[in-house]
Design a protein around this ligand. Structure first.
Ligand code: ZN
Length: 506
């Protein structure tokens, strides 16, 4: 066997990542029923064993702090830990993909719908009793079959990472290899929830009454899906205009949304396709898939913009950068670009230009969008706080579902279900990436406005600048570094609170 070198780790790491990503794309887009992951791990076992981990750990520990070598080694080490832990649970992941694509729920003995379509059906159902019945059926199936798979995955992954003994605990290991302070971010989250409490209490009853004709005490998470589906605005967001309007926006911005053929849009309805949209970078930057299963209306516009941000980020990464700067790094950055684009759905000028919303219903729409932003931020803040409990080890596994319901329901005002305690959980604190991305997005938008004016999104000089100065960097920088470079600012929730306040009073 050839000895491991940095060059070989990069080359085979990239080949492995491409195969995993392609398999995931095919399965989650519904092109094949299962994901055959195990053989891919086996083929690349030379870079996925103890030797590779020790080699990477050594690269990390022997590199000078704040050097380019340290940066590169940090990303490779994080990837090694993540991938080796994933390898340990690969059979569980395969079972989950196969189960999800085949599972069917039985709604009160009257009709059967695929498990994966449940969230779409719940969001689109106008009749509340029907909506709650679908969610009851979904929760029963989730509790019986999905939750145990996920719980086992969470437990095994936690145990595996702790046994690596890179740091004392799961949380400390995450912090050691990412440089992200979780207690620091957790404190910001608790503060955000407290700071926005009065604003939340003032607005929640209004939106519940106006759209769903219910009071805060009754509201469930299923109602939240229906509320934010925004069906009353469907006429302004026709399915047929979705792709053309986003293409027109990209053209006016001076960016090719297909990146010269490197990006493929997969927007068709297909059985077996995940209801959760995703972007699959199969080769970076040469081959990127943007996958969306249509929900209808405003949701699809927001989602397409989000995934387009990811797709552009991958497809315009500098091809000369090493594997770790194109594929790895701080995912707060790619989520930040995704959110930079999806936040256009909160911008009056953008909405007037690219959607069917007119001046008459604009105020109502922008207020709902601000309310939704507040809801999702409070939800993600609560999620991170809950996940800190999951991995903190002070709460027993048995007590976590109740803690989940309590934490999420209190922060959002919508009643959550214990069945989702381990399903609605992002492994390896991915929620921290989303939260940092939210913060980064507001800094990036601010920097674009100061360079290209309020309507930067239709300034033909802005697109090429974004590609050259931001997207081409791939994920070499962390979100913290990028925020500093883009506008000398530190990541914080403060600008988001101000933007929400502006939106709610629009
Ligand atoms: Zn995303």
């Amino acid at each position: 066997m050839t000895a491991l070198t940095l060059e070989r780790l990069r080359r085979e790491g990239q080949a492995f990542s491409e195969e995993i990503s392609r398999e995931g794309y095919l399965a989650h887009a519904g092109h094949q029923p299962t994901a055959d992951l195990q053989p891919i791990y086996d083929r690349h076992s030379a870079i996925l064993g103890e030797g590779a981990l020790d080699f990477t750990l050594d690269l990390f520990r022997s590199s000078a702090a704040a050097s380019e070598e340290r940066r590169s080694a940090r990303y490779l080490l994080e990837w090694q830990i993540e991938t080796q832990a994933a390898r340990d649970v690969v059979t569980l992941d395969e079972r989950e993909v196969a189960w999800e694509s085949a599972a069917v729920i039985d709604v009160a003995g009257t009709r059967r719908i695929p498990y994966q379509r449940a969230s779409i059906e719940i969001a689109n159902t106008r009749h509340r009793a029907e909506r709650l019945a679908i969610d009851d059926a979904r929760a029963l199936t989730a509790e019986a079959d999905h939750a145990p798979l996920r719980l086992e995955r969470v437990q095994r992954e936690k145990g595996y990472i702790e046994e690596l003994e890179i740091a004392t605990t799961y949380i400390e290991t995450f912090e050691a290899v990412t440089g992200i302070s979780l207690p620091g971010l957790g404190a910001q989250c608790a503060d955000f929830i407290a700071t926005t409490q009065a604003m939340w209490d003032d607005t929640l009853p209004y939106f519940l009454r106006r759209t769903l004709h219910i009071t805060p005490g009754e509201a469930t998470r299923a109602d939240a899906l229906a509320l934010f589906r925004g069906k009353e605005f469907d006429a302004a967001f026709p399915a047929g205009d979705l792709e053309p309007s986003i293409r027109r926006n990209a053209a006016e911005l001076g960016i090719d949304p297909f990146a010269g053929g490197r990006i493929t849009f997969d927007l068709a309805e297909r059985e077996g396709k995940d209801s959760r949209a995703f972007c699959a970078p199969v080769r970076v930057p040469e081959e990127v898939y943007l996958v969306l299963r249509p929900h209808g209306g405003v949701t699809d516009y927001t989602t397409l913009l989000h995934e387009l941000g990811h797709a552009l980020h991958f497809a315009y990464a500098d091809p000369h950068y090493p594997f770790e700067y194109r594929w790895l790094g701080d995912n707060s950055v790619t989520e930040g670009y995704a959110m930079l684009f999806d936040h256009l759905m909160q911008d009056r000028r953008w909405l007037l230009r690219y959607t069917g919303l007119g001046k008459n219903n604009m105020g109502e729409f922008v207020r709902l969008a601000a309310f939704e932003e507040l809801h999702f931020l409070r939800r993600y803040c609560a999620k991170l706080l809950y996940e800190l409990d999951v991995y903190g080890g002070r709460t027993t596994w048995e007590a976590l579902p109740d803690l989940y319901v309590e934490t999420l329901s209190t922060a959002t005002g919508f009643r959550y279900r214990s069945a989702d305690a381990f399903i609605d959980l992002d492994p390896r604190f991915y929620s921290s990436r989303y939260l940092r991305a939210w913060q980064l997005q507001s800094i990036l938008a601010h920097s674009l406005v100061s360079r290209f004016d309020e309507d930067w999104f239709r300034n033909p000089a802005a697109g090429p600048w974004i590609v050259e100065n931001l997207l081409a960097e791939g994920q070499r920088e962390t979100a913290t570094e990028l925020a500093l470079r883009a506008s000398g600012a530190e990541l914080s929730f403060d600008p988001l609170v101000r933007a929400i306040e502006r939106g709610l009073t629009a």
